[in-house]
Design a protein around this ligand. Sequence first.
Ligand SMILES: O=C(O)CCC(=O)C(=O)O
Ligand SMILES: [Fe+2]
Length: 204
Amino acid sequence: MMDLCDDGKRLQPVPLQDAALHVATHFYGPEESAALMHALREEIAWRQERILIGGRERLQPRLSAWYGDAGRTYRYSGRRFEPLPWTPVLLRVRADVERATGHRYNSVLLNLYRNENDSVGWHSDDEAELGSAPAIASVSFGETRRFRLRHRRRKDLDAISIPLENGSLLLMEGPTQSCWRHAVPKETQACGPRINLTFRLILD
Ligand SMILES: O=C(O)CCC(=O)C(=O)O
Ligand SMILES: [Fe+2]
């Protein structure tokens, strides 16, 4: 029987070949999401990082921050990031996400998309320190943005688009990173800010 109480709080499967995806569209309700978004905007040490793309230094088209257990260094786009220590808000969201996903996480990458011109290009979260089939839990607040997925080899499969709403939780597991790339493209319509947190487990 359909659960009439399920208003998007629980993870539901998203059918996709060579992937394991679940989404809870309203993991957090609107009031809680607004409070968490506000706290994160204020408390996180947001930076616009310089990264190397094809040997050339560029500014990332978004703000970001890296928090986690001490010593869990993360390498990304030719740079090394040392994590900042967990804040109470991040620990609270991590506890909620660990309970809902059944996985543990020791670090979180945060992105702040200031408006429609901020984006993240096509990539997989396939850094060696995440292991071969990482579980990555992604929480979004603020403006709904399109999370695009494109298969790395199967050109016959269409790209898909998952709108990640305020308060949503997306869980990517299994072959998702080894078989698919993802991106959050710029939007043509003006839009407000969005914060995304991706919880990860950096292995020894
Ligand atoms: O903002 C998002 O939804 C995705 C961010 C992302 O792919 C990443 O941080 O690796
Ligand atoms: Fe990613």
